[in-house]
Design a protein around this ligand. Structure first.
Ligand code: PLP
Ligand code: LYS
Length: 416
C-alpha cells in the first residue's frame, strides 16, 4: 500500500500533484509520502504488539533527518552502522536507549562516541572488535552493553551482494564459535552481555530463512542459558522484502506470525532492524526525459537521473517500475532508460516496454525510497537531487538540491 496514485490522469503523492512539486523543486527529485511511511511503521511495529519489542529502523535505507524524526515520533529506535548515522540519529532526536549499533568495522572514534552516548547495545561482529570495545569502555569508565552478531549460515535466497548470514559472508561470528566468544565476553571488564543478534540479508521474499535463523539462535540461547548466560534482547535484524515487480514477499503480519510461532514462549525483548520494508515503497524518484535516441539495435530514453542518483539497477540489476507522471493512450516500445553518466552501466531500466515518451516528459521511478538517495553520489560532478516529504495536501523540502558550490566546498587548490 502506498500513496502514489493517479487521479484524473496525473500522478499524485497523497493530495499533491507530482507536477506541482517538480515545478517548484525541479528534477531529479526524490518524493516520499508521510502517510505511507507512517502506515508502514505502524503495520510492522503493530504486528509485534503482543510481545515486548523495539523496532529499530535501519538508518542506511534512507538517512534523511525528517524520516528518522518521523519514525522516532512513532516510537521507533534505530539501527546504525557508523558514527555518521549515530550523529544523524541523535540530531533527529532518537534516544540513545533506542539505538543499536551493527557493522564489521567500527573505528575507535565511533566506538567512543557510541559509548559516550550510552547507546542500548553494540552488535559485535568479531573477537577483536569485542576486545576493542572492552578496552575503550574501560578507558572511558563506561560499560558497553553488547550482543554478539551470530552468523547462522542460512541462505536468504536474495541477491548475493546483499546476503549477509552465510558462512562465506564477512558478517557476524560463526555459531560454533559463539559459545566460546560469549564466555570470553563475560570475562571482559566493562562489557555487559545483554543480547544475541543476527541479520541474514536484505530483500527476503520468504519467511523460511528468518525462521531457520531463529531456530539456530534459539538452540544457541538454550546452550548459553545452560552455562548461566542469559540474554535479555534477541535482535533479528531486518531484511523483509518488498514488491518491486512481481515478488510476493510476506506481509509484515505474516512475517510476525512466523517469528512469534518460532519464539514459542521464549522470554526476551525482540529487536528488529527493518529498513526497506518501511521506506522502499514510500518513495519515488521523478526524472525528466531529456532526449530519445534510436540506433539500429535499440531505443534509448535519456533522462536527467543517473546511476549517481539511483544506483540499484546498475549495481544489482535491480528492477524499478517506471511510469509516466501524465499517462495517456499511445503506442509502446521496448527501450533502455539511461542516465547522463559516462558509463554504459548507467541505466534505470533495460529492455523495458514503456509508452513512447517525448522529451520534456516526466517519469516516475517507483519503489525508490530505500537505498536510493542514501546510496547516491556526486559522480560526474552532479549535485545530488532534492528530497521532498509530502504530507496530505502540503509538502516540505527535506533536503535541498545540492549546488555546484556544494560540489567543491571542501576542496582546495594548493600553490601551483
Ligand atoms: C545489520 C543490518 N540491519 C538491518 C538492515 C536493514 O535491512 P533491510 O533494509 O533489508 O530491512 C541491514 C541491511 O541489510 C543490515 O546490514
Ligand atoms: N543496498 C541494498 C541493500 C543492502 C542492505 C545493507 N545491509 C539494496 O539496495 O538493495
Amino acid at each position: 500500500m502506498h500513496h502514489f496514485q493517479y487521479r484524473q490522469g496525473r500522478l499524485y503523492g497523497e493530495e499533491v500533484p507530482v507536477e506541482a512539486i517538480v515545478k517548484d523543486v525541479g528534477t531529479p527529485v526524490y518524493i516520499y509520502s508521510r502517510a505511507t511511511l507512517t502506515h508502514h511503521f505502524q503495520v510492522f511495529d503493530g504486528a509485534f504488539s503482543s510481545i515486548p519489542h523495539l523496532t529499530c529502523y535501519s538508518v542506511k535505507a534512507n538517512s534523511n533527518l525528517a524520516i528518522l524524526a518521523l519514525f522516532g515520533s512513532l516510537g521507533g529506535g534505530v539501527d546504525i552502522v557508523s558514527g555518521g548515522e549515530l550523529f544523524r540519529a541523535r540530531r533527529a532526536g532518537i534516544a540513545p536507549a533506542k539505538i543499536v549499533y551493527s557493522g564489521v568495522g567500527k573505528t575507535r572514534e565511533e566506538i567512543d562516541d557510541a559509548l559516550s552516548e550510552d547507546i542500548l547495545m553494540f552488535n559485535i561482529e568479531s573477537r577483536q572488535e569485542l576486545e576493542a570495545i572492552s578496552q575503550r569502555a574501560q578507558a572511558l569508565g563506561r560499560t558497553a552493553r553488547i550482543a554478539l552478531r551470530v552468523n547462522p549460515d542460512v541462505d536468504p535466497k536474495t541477491h548475493p551482494y546483499i546476503a549477509t548470514g552465510m558462512e562465506k559472508n564477512k558478517f557476524g561470528i560463526r555459531v560454533d564459535e559463539a559459545i566460546e566468544s560469549y564466555r570470553y565476553a563475560m570475562r571482559l571488564p566493562h562489557i555487559k552481555v545483554v543480547g544475541i543478534d543476527c541479520h541474514i540479508g536484505s530483500q527476503l521474499t520468504d519467511t523460511q530463512p528468518f525462521v531457520d535463523a531463529l531456530k539456530r539462535l534459539r538452540i544457541l540461547m538454550e546452550r548459553l542459558y545452560a552455562l548461566g548466560i542469559s540474554v535479555q534482547y534477541l535482535d533479528l535484524g531486518g531484511g523483509l522484502g518488498i514488491p518491486y515487480a512481481d515478488e510476493e514477499p510476506p506481509h509484515p503480519v505474516e512475517y510476525a506470525k512466523a517469528i512469534l510461532k518460532e519464539m514459542n514462549g521464549l522470554s526476551c525483548t525482540l529487536i528488529f532492524e527493518p529498513g526497506r520494508v518501511l521506506v522502499g515503497n514510500a518513495g519515488i524518484l521523478v526524472t525528466r526525459v531529456l532526449y530519445t535516441k534510436t540506433t539500429p539495435t535499440k531505443h534509448f530514453i535519456i533522462v536527467d537521473a543517473g546511476m549517481n542518483d539511483l544506483i540499484r539497477p546498475s549495481l544489482y540489476g535491480a528492477y524499478h517500475h517506471i511510469q509516466p507522471v501524465v499517462p495517456y493512450e499511445r503506442d509502446e516500445e521496448t527501450v533502455d532508460v539511461v542516465g547522463p553518466i559516462c558509463e554504459s552501466g548507467d541505466f534505470l531500466a533495460r529492455q523495458r516496454t514503456l509508452p513512447r515518451v517525448e522529451p520534456g516528459e516526466l517519469l516516475a521511478v517507483m519503489s525508490a525510497g530505500a537505498y536510493g538517495f542514501s546510496m547516491s553520489s556526486n559522480y560526474n560532478s552532479r549535485p545530488r537531487p532534492a528530497e521532498v516529504l509530502v504530507d496530505g495536501s502540503t509538502y516540505h523540502v527535506i533536503r535541498h538540491r545540492e549546488t555546484r558550490e556544494d560540489l567543491v566546498r571542501l576542496e582546495k587548490i594548493p600553490p601551483m
